[in-house]
Write a protein that binds this ligand. Sequence first.
Ligand SMILES: [Zn+2]
Ligand SMILES: [Zn+2]
Length: 297
Amino acid sequence: MEIDRIGVPGGGVLFYVGEKQLRITFWGVRGSRPIPGKDTVIFGGNTPCVTVEAGETLIILDAGTGISNLGDYLMETRGKVEAHLFVTHLHWDHIHGFPFFMPAYSPQSKLYLYGPGKMDRTFVSLMRGQMSYPYFPVLFENLKARIYLKDVAGHERLKIANDLQISTTNNNHPGGCLSYRIDYGDKSCCYFTDTEHYRQVDSNLKKLAEGADVMIYDSNFTDAEYEGFDKFDTKVGWGHSTWQEGIKLARSADVSQLVFFHHATHRTDRQLFQIEKEAQGLFKNCRAAAEGSTIIL
Ligand SMILES: [Zn+2]
Ligand SMILES: [Zn+2]
């Protein structure tokens, strides 16, 4: 396993990944809304977007504002973009970068979009809804790329290339959310964001994470914030988890590496370094996701 922390927003590098290798790159790691500023320079302020390159196949997880830097990078380096975008749910922080994803405007691009339908509306119509008047000047149907949309639900298994499978399960999140696991040969990566833990380890997530190489986990809160302390109210029912619960799940599912993700907007770089240090004392192979960092399996 090779780890490279560049720590510069938008500084991710996508280049050829050897056959049977998985390269995970973080383009946006923050929850709720983008938070640029002096306290988020190292870990980054963009909302969720992660790429997983499996051999020559490019998978994108979520379309938060991080996808905008990714799109510019792809246009600059590849021109012709073919990608599979998996959206966990339709909360703004997971889709509001899509209208600024330049490959969607290029007739050279071929994009496969997967995500959940909601409230009797298909995933297609929900994605269209974001790019419609009066919210945005360009209509979804006027995008130039060839775009294929597919509804997915929990407990599905999709094969998108040779030896490359995506499995799903349902999260505990207001309005619902999907978790994804990517298996490529004998390498695996789980993307579990926007999910609240239960008293016992979530059996759906445990089953999906079993033996995974990497688990990216919703660590929006600390245990103290979640429980509520001093003048702060409890965050029970908000649909998010803690880094401490991530460790419990990683242990019970026998995960090799744990990555804290969906950092709260108030979480400073200094606090994230402190969390990493404390967490590594309990579970050695863990880290806080940082924009521009990569993990190669
Ligand atoms: Zn979110
Ligand atoms: Zn959400």
